[in-house]
Unconditional design. Structure first.
Length: 356
């Protein structure tokens, strides 16, 4: 197309094709449940409730050349009231049914990670059976802890056994930490007990990253990952602080060990053991701001084939997520060959989900 003076405008370089593995929904019924649980003015200390619609999500995908989004519930999850098993089961089922419906209505554009009503074990086992039999999930979403139940707990053994049998993918999503001695409150009122510096650092800034690290360390050094070799985990935000702490975790875990009264069984791991587990069973999404510093350390651990694109919409608003996607793509092109960038944005996810 020519302009009025005969010049041809410079073509805008289209963005590369993407698969979004860190992508959420926030329907009205869930927003109402989150508010009823005391999360105001927004969940986890953020100052707003995300704005989301199916149409808005599809439009974001079109604008950013995202061919598929794997949808999930985000923090604070579907078990909003500590100890209330009935509401946890009901909200989990309602969320999973909607996610499955969206996938059914848009099969080439949406997949989903199903939620579980953890820490309720029997109810979670029942939901796994229902979801696997009837809803065709792409995997399961686990929060970094479920009201204090972290991923290396032996209480989760039957959950992992059932998921291991179906070669499940588990997407870890961060949430607020849950110290064992914290008061059993819920909603925004709980944050002063569990998240220092909340006035200046809402939980997603620091606590989410630290709790992801806590979760991954628990998976590794309790032998949970190595005992369940058919499971694959997606760790968010470029491995959180693992690039900086992995040497310390390996060395001091070996030196200090577990307390005798711990319910965990310690698995001694060398640095090479951890890298082997990462190669076989772990992928790392790039939601957030990993390019300037964080990704360099993670690349030394896993190379380039274990990274996945993640937008974190709508908790990252659609407009901001577009800017982050553009910055990520530009930054990746400075670090990698073009075929490796295509892998990070799309190909690695295709291989993980078996859709090449």
């Amino acid at each position: 197309m020519s302009s009025s003076n005969g010049a041809t405008p410079k073509d805008v370089q289209p963005s590369m094709v993407k698969i979004d593995t860190h992508s959420h929904i926030y329907p009205d019924f869930y927003k109402e449940a989150v508010i009823a649980a005391g999360w105001t003015p927004g969940p986890d200390g953020i100052p707003y409730h995300p704005t989301w619609s199916v149409e808005g999500h599809l439009d974001f995908m079109k604008q950013n050349n995202i061919k598929k989004s794997v949808l999930s519930c985000s923090s604070p999850g579907t078990n909003l009231i500590p100890g209330d098993v009935d509401s946890a089961v009901a909200l989990t089922r309602k969320m999973n049914n909607l996610l499955a419906l969206l996938k059914q209505q848009h099969p080439t554009q949406f997949g989903f990670f199903a939620s579980l009503p953890l820490p309720f074990i029997e109810e979670s086992l029942t939901e796994i059976d229902r979801v696997v039999k009837n809803l065709n999930p792409d995997g399961f979403m686990f929060l970094s802890n479920a009201h204090g139940l972290y991923s290396g707990s032996p209480l989760l053994a039957p959950i992992y056994s059932k998921l291991n049998a179906v070669n499940a993918i588990i997407f870890i999503h961060p949430t607020c930490p849950c110290p064992s001695g914290a008061p059993k409150t819920t909603g925004t009122a709980s944050l002063n007990n569990i998240a220092p510096l909340m006035d200046t650092n809402p939980a997603p800034i620091l606590e989410f990253i630290f709790d992801t690290t806590r979760n991954l360390s628990d998976l590794l050094f309790t032998g949970t990952a190595s005992r369940n070799q058919n499971l694959k985990w997606i760790i968010p935000h470029c491995g959180a602080t693992i690039p900086s702490l992995i040497d310390r975790l390996v060395a001091l875990n070996s030196m200090l060990g577990f307390k005798p009264e711990s319910d965990r069984t310690r698995e001694p791991l060398s640095y090479e053991d951890v890298l082997h587990l990462f190669e076989k069973q772990f992928w790392f999404d790039l939601a957030g701001t990993p390019i300037r510093n964080q990704i360099h350390g993670m690349m030394r651990l896993v190379g380039r084939t274990k990274f996945l694109y993640g937008s974190d919409v709508p908790f990252t608003p659609f407009k901001a997520a577009k800017g982050l996607a553009e910055g990520l793509e530009a930054g990746l092109k400075e670090l990698m060959e073009e075929d490796e960038v295509r892998g990070v944005l799309c190909g690695n996810a295709e291989r993980l989900f078996g859709v090449e």
